[in-house]
Each structure stands twice: as C-alpha cells, then as structure tokens.
Design a protein around this ligand. Structure first.
Ligand code: MLT
Length: 276
C-alpha cells in the first residue's frame, strides 16, 4: 500500500525472513545500481533497495518532509528520517545498512539519528567529510540549472565521470546503463539532492561513536571519494568498533556495477561478522 510521503522500496527477495540488508543508492540514480551485487549475494535474507526522496518512484523531498513534519529545506536528515520511518513501518527494528556515495551520506545520517537500528554498516565509495565551499557552490549552481531547464542534462556527464579510468576505457556498456538510469530521474530529485548534499555536515565524529561491525569499500580508481577518504572513515570507525577496508582494483566510484563481485564479497563478510 502506498502511504503519502513514504519512501518506496524495492524488495529483492519478497517473503524472505531474517535480519534485512538495506541498500541506499548513489546520486543521481536509483536502487538498480545495486542489482548486480544482489544477484551475487548468497542466502535468503530480505534485501531492500530504498529509493531516496524523489528518485525511482519515491515521493519528492518536500513531500517526505511534510509527511514527517520536518523543515521543508532540502536536507539529508530528511532522507534519513524517511528511511527510518520506512523501516519502522515495515517492522524492522535492526538492519544492516549499506550506502554508496550519497547513500553513504544518508546512512551516516541514519546512524546519527537512530543508532539502535544498525546491526552493521557498509560505506561504499563515500566520505564522512562535508563539501568544500567551492564544491557546495557548484552543487547549488547545478540545482538551479536543472530546475530552470527542467532537464537532467547538467548531470549526464556523470555517466562517465563516476566510472574508473579502466571502465571508462573498456566498458561502454556501463556508461550506457548509467545514462539510462540518470535519464529516468526527475529534475526535482536532482536539484533537491544537490541542495541537500551541499549543506551536509562532517559526520566523522558520528563514525567514531559507532561500535558495531562495519566495512568501508572503495574503488582504487574512485576520483570522487578517493582512497584516503575511505581510510579516514576506517580510522574513525576503528575508534569504538572494528572496521575493515576493502580496496577494489580497476574500479572507480561505481564499484557496485564495475566490480559487483568485490562488493558482494565485502557485504557477505560483513553479514557473517554481524551474525557471529
Ligand atoms: C554519488 O555518487 O552519490 C555522488 O557522487 C555523491 C556526490 O555528489 O557527492
């Protein structure tokens, strides 16, 4: 049943039971960027691909904020509150949460708002730091351009810029898949998310307070969240808990489609640690 303002979710394994694995997608995409990884995950646990505000079939960020009684200004905290409300509505009190890039930013906001929900955390090609002022200003420029043109062309270049150099040279199919997924997203979602990411705070301290199992995965050719940003998160996660760093050779920012075996293997190991 569709509830006003509730985020939509793709249930990869309807009817499965056990501790769910919840997947948060990157920008400007939807849950499909996890498909190749899910195909490789063993077991029968529920796997949920959440559509973040405005993406896929989810309601707009403004409508999520209104339904939850939150400030209407774009904010990743609204996305996180939407994820938490969805999981509670589905009756999930504990989950293993994995987020790629923007999905990772939202996962860290979920960790801050509702740490009791997290049995395990996977941060993939993401970072815990805030944007530098120039990067934030560029996001606002893109948001304005997308909104005024009512087209997503301004972010189409991401079909290649988020791939690693090896994939850019050899995997035209991946750029084509990314382009079709980007074209499926609405300008409102792209503008809302850019504005929300522009004002996100540094959440390194939130990671320092997390004592559960975690893994940080990064493509060695990731130009948007490079390896040192992953090492920074592993160091923070190691303050109270135990974290593992997984470096993925010949992959960039889209490890879930460039090297799905490596991501599936990292998640499988994390799930085993959570259950041990
Ligand atoms: C993503 O892949 O989600 C984006 O690169 C996030 C960002 O723009 O920081």
């Amino acid at each position: 049943m569709r509830v006003d303002g509730q985020l939509q979710v793709h249930e990869y394994r309807p009817g499965a039971s056990g501790l769910p694995l919840v997947l948060l997608h990157g920008f400007p995409l939807d849950h499909r960027m996890w498909d190749d990884v899910v195909d490789l995950l063993p077991g029968e646990r529920p796997v949920l691909g959440v559509e973040l505000p405005g993406f896929g079939s989810s309601p707009r960020g403004e409508d999520v904020a209104e339904a939850l009684g939150l400030d209407p200004a774009p904010a990743l905290e609204t996305a996180a509150a939407g994820v938490i409300a969805l999981l509670r509505a589905l009756g999930h009190e504990r989950v293993v949460l994995a987020g790629l890039s923007m999905g990772g930013y939202v996962a860290m906001a979920v960790l801050e708002a509702a740490p009791e929900l997290l049995a395990g955390l996977a941060l993939v090609d993401t970072k815990s730091t805030a944007d530098a002022p120039e990067a934030a200003a560029n996001r606002l420029r893109i948001a304005d351009a997308v909104e005024s043109s009512e087209r997503v062309d301004e972010v189409l270049g991401m079909r290649t810029s988020i791939l690693g150099a090896t994939s850019r040279a050899n995997r035209l199919d991946l750029a084509e898949r990314l382009e079709s997924w980007i074209r499926d997203q609405g300008p409102n979602a792209v503008a809302w998310a850019q504005r929300a990411m522009a004002v996100r705070p540094d959440r390194t301290e939130v990671l320092r307070s997390y004592s559960g199992p975690s893994v940080v995965v990064v493509g060695e050719e990731d130009e948007l969240s490079p390896v040192p940003t992953a090492e920074h998160m592993v160091e923070a996660l190691g303050a109270a808990g135990e974290s593992e760093l997984v470096l993925v050779p010949r992959a960039g920012h889209m490890t879930t489609i460039e090297a799905p075996e490596a991501v599936a293997s990292a998640l499988t190991t994390l799930l085993a640690r959570v259950e041990a």
